[in-house]
Design a protein around this ligand. Sequence first.
Ligand code: KG4
Ligand code: ZN
Length: 341
Amino acid sequence: MTRRKTMIILGIESSCDETSAAVVDMADGKRTSLSNIVASQIETHALYGGVVPEIAGRAHIEAVSGITYESLETAGITMSDIDAIGVTNRPGLIGALLVGLSFGKSLAVSRGIPLVPVHHIRGHIAANYLAHAELEPPFLALVVSGGHTSLIEVKDYTTFQTIGRTRDDAMGEAFDKVARVMGIPYPGGAEMDRLASLGDPTAFAFPSAAIPDGSLDFSFSGLKTHVINLLHRYEQKGEPFPKEDIAASFTATVLHSVTKKLSAALASYPYRTLVLAGGVSANSHLRSALQSYAEKNGLRFYVPPRSLCGDNAAMIAAQAYYECLAGHVADASLNAFACGE
Ligand code: KG4
Ligand code: ZN
């Protein structure tokens, strides 16, 4: 078999509130990140309690060029070393996506190199390829972020089927909204993680996020509203709320909901490998719960290091390599889409 040549890929990510550019070096048996620069806008959006789309778009346009230059410099290369450009074109905030897409498109057209559109969720999954050299599809993936909660069959590097999803709020959104009512600044997920370690996970019984209808779908909005109503009752009575116990009980309910749907998914789709990805995969309780779930059920379990859990362009560039090999290359008419399977 002839070995494919190494491809150096520049990735660009701007779907939400992080502008990122990265360089990866990919080949058969080689997945190396040479740089991964992330400029976060979180401090700006925290003032408003959530991401303000127009501010996000404007911040991306200010950052994208400098971040890209920094990613090349850190990798120790120039544009003439780049073989292809991978850019997130869906799903996300449309004004935010358009910035990275237009920038990547201009670079690809001016250099005469392939432009590879990358689905953001596929990118999150691909973070695991960079971190785990031995990981190969097929496998079952759970992707949990601020905008998504999906159970996905990853049949090969570019063939995906969503078998379960949230019907309302994403898991990260539920963490952030409960945190916000507790007075924790946006995005509160990481602080909820810390508080949960200090509390009693059995202090409160909350409604499950696993929809009991035989589907593989979740609903986080009932759970979120239940917890928020509880917080409001404490406020109305003028009593302090037990933050730690509420965070721990909320987290325990989320974990229980996840393992319930995972068991249902594995009964119908008997994969032996489980992959966790997305911003919420940084959650220490989720990581260890799924690690023990996998051990108990004889599954191999993969999760990225925390540095690759949140939005970043290295994951986009890694997935772009596989999309490029599959011939999924765009022309200069490539567009961005807010939603997208
Ligand atoms: O993937 P991501 O960076 O952006 C989207 O694609 O949405 O995910 C961001 C989400 C936020 O909701 C944030 O609060 C959550 O990930 N998050 C966490 C933790 N770290 C980040 N949620 C729970 N525990 C954490 N440790
Ligand atoms: Zn994301």
